[in-house]
Design a protein around this ligand. Structure first.
Ligand SMILES: *[C@@H]1O[C@H](CO)[C@@H](O)[C@H](O)[C@H]1NC(C)=O
Ligand SMILES: *[C@@H]1O[C@H](CO)[C@@H](O)[C@H](O)[C@H]1NC(C)=O
Length: 174
């Protein structure tokens, strides 16, 4: 009797396991092109430096400099196009010679299909290269168990207003 009930619970356990495997299915690949609207100065700055900033200017090349960011992310290049997410988190200049920054940000989706979901971005970014590639290490909501990569490319920069548009191409399995 005892052996039979153990067998039964084992069967039930296996059945549950098979069902959840089937529900999970194959990971889905999603590709997105997003635009970070980045203001690194002025009254409406979306990037600020946390550590020593005596002259008021951001020192992106200074080893150890830490920046906090909350960039609006739009579907289109134009800053007035629909905002669908925010890029919230930190950048830390992590190479002694200032060439790399460590990116630790969440893409927090605020509208449309992925509203309420996040993608977690972490890794070294060769900040002065034309194209920078950084890992996507996780996610929440519709992006649970996400992994992938993205590229950043600064496609517009206006030094007088400290305004940049960064094109971000996401490839993610989830
Ligand atoms: C900053 O934001 C305020 C409020 O949205 C706006 O009125 C102002 O024009 C902005 N300033 C600049 C320089 O973009
Ligand atoms: C990002 O995607 C856009 C639109 O598909 C494409 O024009 C651009 O070349 C891509 N950038 C990179 C670095 O792959």
């Amino acid at each position: 009797m005892a052996v039979n009930s153990i067998r039964l619970s084992l069967l039930m356990f296996l059945a549950m396991f098979i069902t959840s495997e089937a529900e999970l299915g194959q990971p889905k690949e999603t590709k997105l092109t997003l635009y970070f609207q980045d203001y690194s100065g002025g009254p409406n700055a979306t990037v600020v430096q946390i550590t020593g900033q005596p002259d008021g200017l951001l020192s992106f090349t200074k080893f150890g400099a830490i920046f906090c960011t909350d960039d609006p992310i739009t579907r289109g290049f134009d800053p007035s196009s629909a905002e669908i997410a925010r890029a919230q988190g930190l950048y830390v200049t992590s190479a002694l010679d200032g060439s790399n920054t460590h990116v630790l940000i969440s893409i927090v989706f605020t509208s449309e299909e992925y509203k309420g979901s996040t993608l977690e971005i972490q890794g070294s970014s060769a900040q002065f290269e034309r194209v920078r590639e950084v890992a996507i290490v996780g996610g929440t909501g519709k992006f649970r168990l996400a992994r992938g990569y993205l590229t950043f490319e600064t496609i517009h920069y206006d030094a007088t207003s400290y305004y940049a548009v960064i094109q971000c191409n996401v490839t993610v399995l989830h």
